[in-house]
Design a binder for this molecule. Structure first.
Ligand SMILES: Nc1nc2[nH]cnc2c(=O)[nH]1
Length: 377
């Protein structure tokens, strides 16, 4: 009641509440981008591998094409450039803090390290997905992300976040979608030491990149004060454009150095629906990856790398359902395990959201208390 008697105090609380409402809308929007990107990528990948007649090829060829996939994951960054200029840029603070090394070098080394990490996880992700063990190992990615965020970013975990992580792990394990690119099983390929390294490295690189992105937003980009001293959405677009550019360059070098570029012509000719659809599926994949990445980076900026990974992994049962509806794969159905996984995803997201709700509510209560103390003093 009291805040109504003091218009200035009521105004501050109102401003905080409006800010928080905008924040929730942004979080929902980024989550939606991740779900959309994850779904489109998996639908188009399945389409690509079915049309590519992989299962009719010899085993060696079934494991090829991964530089192309890695390049696609990063190549469509130019579509974000107009958006970058559309987003408002808050005023630069007059005098950037003097730091050693200079801000430009720090930003550059951040983007180069992220570009390298992203190219590594894109290439190895494309390869690891072809191995039988990936379905088992991908869940551990969230554990690694949590460890990196806890030790490097000092993220605090409460019981709701831990419950959310547990549900996410179960949901991803039981709800993963069918992937038509998986080659015919060959134990020498799938269970050797090389296979395990191929499975472990992309999860390590992906988790580490989430941690480094969060660190980059908080400790590098905000501190350069190019966008005032706040976290703004323009940072997401800037980071995504520059990091994707560097990662795409590395993947392009990989594509040529490995000789894989020579296979592109054969791939397009072999495509069952013809070269037009081949081109369209590649363009669609490249754009879908950018949609996914903007959502992911957005959640890293707004909440944390762990939340971004939780949302990404919670999309699995939804993607599995869409794949069941869109394709007629043998033995692929939305049975009780996947229904349970879908429920697990809902509970995981609800649990993390409740933790965020409590934090935001505490911020309002603290402001209320502070203002009350000030007015009594
Ligand atoms: N390692 C890894 N790379 C990815 N690229 C896109 N999604 C993923 C993922 O879940 N793990």
């Amino acid at each position: 009641m009291e805040e109504l008697q003091d218009p200035e105090r009521g105004g501050e609380i109102l401003t905080l509440e409006v800010k928080q409402r905008k924040w929730w809308i942004s979080v929902f929007f980024c989550g939606f981008l991740i779900f959309t990107g994850d779904s489109l990528v998996m639908l188009l990948l399945n389409f690509y591998y079915v049309q590519d007649k992989r299962s009719e090829s010899d085993q060696n060829r079934q494991y090829r094409g991964t530089w192309t996939q890695a390049l696609l994951q990063n190549a469509a960054f130019p579509i974000l450039i107009p958006l970058f200029f559309l987003f408002p840029s808050p005023k630069q603070k007059a005098e950037p803090v003097s730091s050693d090394p200079p801000p430009f070098l720090r930003v550059l080394s951040l983007y180069v390290s992220l570009g390298v990490l992203v190219s590594v996880h894109s290439k190895l992700y494309a390869l690891a997905k072809l191995y039988v063990g990936w379905g088992i190992l991908v869940s551990t990615q969230l554990i690694l992300t949590s460890l990196f965020l806890a030790f490097i970013n000092r993220l605090k975990f409460n019981r709701w976040i831990i419950v959310s992580i547990t549900f996410t792990l179960a949901s991803d394990f039981f709800g993963s979608p069918e992937f038509s690119g998986a080659p015919d099983e060959d134990e020498s390929y799938t269970y050797g030491i090389k296979a395990w390294l191929i499975l472990i490295f992309p999860t390590l690189a992906f988790s580490l990149s989430l941690s480094l992105m969060q660190l980059g937003f908080e400790k590098v980009l905000v501190k350069t004060k190019r966008y005032g001293d706040k976290k703004v959405f323009r940072m997401v677009l800037e980071m995504q454009i520059v990091v994707s550019f560097i990662a795409a360059l590395i993947c392009l070098v990989g594509l040529f150095a490995s000789g894989e570029f020579k296979e592109l012509n054969g791939d397009s000719v072999r495509f069952k629906k013809g070269e037009g659809y081949y081109g369209l599926s590649l363009v669609g994949l490249a754009i879908s990856w950018q949609v996914w990445a903007v959502g992911l980076l957005g959640l890293v900026l707004l909440v944390s790398g762990v939340f971004a990974d939780v949302v990404h992994m919670c999309a699995s049962p939804v993607v599995a359902l869409l794949v069941v509806l869109a394709f007629d794969f043998k033995d692929d159905e939305f049975g009780w395990q996947r229904r349970g996984a879908l429920l697990g995803s809902v509970l995981a997201l609800a649990s993390y959201s409740y933790s965020l709700y409590k934090t935001k509510k505490k911020d309002v209560e603290e402001l209320n208390k502070r203002e009350l103390n000030n007015s009594e003093a």
